[in-house]
Design a protein around this ligand. Sequence first.
Ligand code: V47
Ligand code: SF4
Length: 396
Amino acid sequence: MTNTPNNILTEMEKDERLKTISAMIDQKLRISTDDANYLYNHGSLGFLGSLANRVREAKNGNKTFFNRNFHIEPTNVCIFTCNFCSYSRLIKKREEGWEYTIEDMMNIVKSFDGKPVTEVHIVGGVLPQYDTAFYKEFFKQIKSHRPELHIKALTPVEFDYIFKKDKLTYLEGLTILKEAGLDSIPGGGAEIFHPKIRQKIAADKCTGDQWLELHRVWHQMGGKSNATMLYGHIESYEHRVDHLNQLRNLQDETGGFQTFIPLKFRNQDNDMSYLDEVTIIEDLRNYAISRIFLDNFDHIKAYWPMIGRDIAQMSLSFGVDDIDGTIDDTTKIYSMAGSEEQNPALSTKDLVNLIKGVNREPIERDTLYQVVKDFTNEVFEDDGQFKGYLSLPVSN
Ligand code: V47
Ligand code: SF4
């Protein structure tokens, strides 16, 4: 293609717009949804990284947070039919899945006795036997066994289902579960809010508006929660920006979100396996634009079992300041969907070295971002030195 004067002019105009956005970031000004769309369409990886890193360092300096938690998934069978999820397929052969009782799950909780975990993350499929009374009893038993363990549990998908079934409003249901021990709400179930996409990938579970309303009610009760976005499937950049914008608006209203976690669509063993996965470059661009756009979120988190350790480490230069998934990650949802780490487990030492390897400061936090331990000057027994990248090259 030859460059006509018009083409050259257009390129200059584009550069001008990127320059303007860059100046806005320097002045800590909020970018618009149009700006965000522009960045998705025209921002190079290097440009986006430098902007996102400025925002990250202005908010969190070099600090990189992690926490020690474990997962409990009550079941891997689900009545809903999200096409991207390997759990929904198991309902046809339910006997191949698991359906834990409270006793089964308390045995998992007890297996962590004496281990330095501060949080249990509970989320899984939706089945009728798991109702409000079930979770109330389960949370009470956890708290009576280990009162200081933070319960981060369930998503609007489960809440909406069980509260409707039990004829409770969101406020009534959440109040019951809070009294039983629920401490915070994880970010799952958000997927893509836009109804055009949600209808195609998650037709029968709660809507985007219901997801947002449930979090609004929880925040109004004084609770904290997280938010996610499942990206890299059939959505367009406009749908991602719409999703981020709805989160930013709710955060302006309530201030209850702690962290945003972009989740990369993985294509193994689900009804969307025909789709290619997006590239690592796209993952890093997406982290960066999320960091730039969500100016009222304190933290952007990478879930390393999903993207692999190397990309998680790289993401720390693209806006991410928090890495999830330590010690002995017991979740199955990702290994079933084709995550990089089939049996994700990372020792604290490995994670600390991963963070130090890119000159960041590792801080162990609790769920509410209170510092548990600053590992910046920690020397481990061998010699505490970083010995190179920790995992083999990722496969995609
Ligand atoms: O909502 C399901 C996603 C989410 C696939 O809040 C998939 O701290 C990719 O929300 N490819 C649940 N993703 C997990 C989640 C989460 C994870 C880590 C930390 C936190 C937090 C929350 O997993 C679901 C869905 O978006 N998911 N299938 C798949 N094939
Ligand atoms: Fe069920 Fe959640 Fe999977 Fe959807 S994403 S099928 S609601 S477990």
